[in-house]
Design a protein around this ligand. Structure first.
Ligand SMILES: C[S@@+](CC[C@H](N)C(=O)[O-])C[C@H]1O[C@@H](n2cnc3c(N)ncnc32)[C@H](O)[C@@H]1O
Length: 216
């Protein structure tokens, strides 16, 4: 069997009976599953501003972005079951029309996808740092994956990555330089903090904000 290295912990991606039942009856126009995924293009709305968030966790940032930008269309991908269930409940309760979520491993989803240059922005906020040396191979932001993201972005599109893990930030910088992508790194705070960003601030850790511009 082909054994791929996962960037997430299996325990977090396990579904409880309640969430399984909620999501198995979910509206298929809002909640999608990796096994049914074919291509991003036919899932997106007719807008020229499609935005993707990968690993949205509890969904706080993604939901808020969709809420305040009704003319943009948002899609979130996550494996973490209670994050998916919570944001799904909020979308239904508030009848938010510009956000879809997908359960699955983004690396496998991108491998199935065929459409290129479709997103104007991609967020990856506080990806799992996998701090132990023996686990570093599980980090999501390897060169091949960053190149896949670059191909999903339109010209002048942006890839936004944040991490509070210095060693991961250094690895990302090396990968971006080797690929030849132009980027800025700031240390500022952001209007909508994610759960992991709030923890980093509370624990006084420096945050690295990468803004990577796709020039063509
Ligand atoms: C450290 S958490 C950060 C969550 C959120 N972005 C935040 O800042 O609070 C990383 C998240 O990425 C998700 N994740 C990791 N690898 C993934 C993958 N291959 N596909 C989809 N989600 C993934 C995990 O399930 C987890 O929820």
């Amino acid at each position: 069997m082909n054994k791929t290295i996962k960037s997430f912990s299996k325990a977090r991606s396990r579904f409880s009976v309640q969430n399984k039942s909620l999501l198995s009856e979910a509206d298929k126009n809002i909640f999608l599953q990796q096994e049914n995924f074919k291509d991003f293009k036919n899932l997106l709305n007719e807008t020229d501003r499609n935005i993707l968030e990968i690993g949205f966790g509890d969904g706080k940032h993604l939901y808020r972005q969709a809420e305040i930008n009704p003319n943009n269309f948002f899609m979130g991908v996550e494996v973490f079951e209670s994050g998916l269930a919570n944001i799904y409940k909020r979308i239904i309760k508030n009848d938010l029309r510009n956000l879809k979520i997908m359960e699955g491993d983004i690396a496998e989803i991108i491998n199935k996808n065929k459409s290129l240059k479709i997103f104007t922005k991609i967020y990856i906020l506080f990806p799992d740092p996998w701090p132990k040396s023996k686990h570093k191979k599980r980090r999501l932001l390897k060169k091949k994956f960053i190149l896949d993201l670059k191909n999903l972005l339109k010209e002048n599109g942006k890839l936004i990555i944040k991490t509070d893990w210095q060693d991961y930030a250094e690895e990302i910088k090396v990968n971006l330089n080797e690929i030849g992508l132009t980027f800025k790194v700031n240390e500022g705070e952001n209007p909508f903090k994610t759960k992991y960003e709030e923890i980093a601030i509370k624990e006084d850790r420096k945050i690295f904000n990468f803004e990577i511009k796709i020039e063509g």
